[in-house]
Design a protein around this ligand. Structure first.
Ligand SMILES: [Zn+2]
Ligand SMILES: [Zn+2]
Length: 284
């Protein structure tokens, strides 16, 4: 399995230890590193910002203009660009799965609104681009602590996208939109059991061709969406979700960094998730 890592340089604290924290991973033969800054270095691949052509497939002109006025437009383009490019590289068979670092997340960005540190919906943009290449079915699983209102807005009526969001409510409709309630206090075991019970069988039955995981770690203890999870829950989730991707769609899984603020948790969990994706076995 070849794993693509899509990396940009960021504002803020949480990714200060990267890419150094990926030492021992980046030099592996099956790991391809797409970097937005040092694109001229030998052996690295260039990460491109998302194009306006793709942006307007999902977002309104009014919204894109509003994002331009925030001062974060470029960082938002690169954040979403990583996911769009990851999906494109997968479609071409260059990589099997991917981890996308972001400055700004996805899931609070709808067709015509944004908020909560999300500007453009990278998963939705990647899906729009893949649909034009003839791909039909997709699954998005969201383990950020909060409800994915933006993603839901975009795919509310789209039967070809299974959206399973772990948040504050239980919900299910005829268009393959599902919310799974996570109580304000839970445990790793409970959460992992929910993933196995609620996402895995739905994804297996749905048979998506691509899976996107909105990986937020803000439900970890001490975070702003604390639900009592430990940092070890996330690599264990990775194993379950990767298992589904391997079973139903030749492993095609894109992990998108979503909410979470702690630097130590990012530095602990992200290398372990990438290790799982690339099947390196360094942490066992
Ligand atoms: Zn969140
Ligand atoms: Zn939800």
């Amino acid at each position: 399995m070849r794993t693509g890592i899509f990396f940009t340089y960021f504002q803020g604290e949480r990714l200060k230890d990267f890419p150094e924290a990926l030492a021992g991973i980046l030099d592996k033969e099956n790991v391809l590193y797409y970097d937005a800054v040092y694109n001229s270095r030998n052996g690295l691949y260039y990460l491109a910002p998302v194009s306006e052509e793709v942006l307007f497939k999902v977002h309104s002109r009014r919204m894109v203009e509003a994002v331009k006025r925030t001062g974060d437009y470029e960082a938002a383009l690169y954040s979403a660009g990583g996911t769009v490019q990851a999906a494109g590289e997968m479609w071409q068979g260059k990589i099997g799965n991917a981890f996308v670092f972001t400055s700004f997340g996805d899931h609070h960005a709808g067709r015509d609104f944004f908020g909560g540190m999300c500007y453009f919906n990278g998963a939705a943009l990647a899906i729009a681009a893949l649909k034009e290449k003839g791909v039909k079915r997709f699954a998005i699983v969201d383990t950020d602590s909060h409800h994915a209102d933006g993603t839901r807005d975009i795919f509310a009526g789209d039967d070809n996208v299974l959206h399973v969001c772990f948040c504050y409510q239980n919900y299910e409709d005829e268009h393959n939109n599902v919310d799974i309630v996570v109580p304000w206090r839970t445990s790793d075991e409970e959460y992992l059991a929910k993933m196995k019970r609620e996402f895995v069988p739905r994804a297996v039955a749905f048979k998506p061709e691509y899976i996107f995981w909105e990986f937020g770690y803000d439900a970890t203890q001490g975070e702003y969406g604390d639900k009592g999870l430990t940092r070890d829950c996330h690599p264990r989730l990775a194993k379950i979700i990767k298992g589904v991707a391997d079973e139903v769609c030749n492993g095609r899984l894109t992990v998108i960094l979503c909410g979470g603020s702690g630097r130590a948790i990012a530095t602990y969990t992200i290398p372990r998730i990438i290790d799982c994706l690339a099947e390196l076995g360094r942490f066992q």
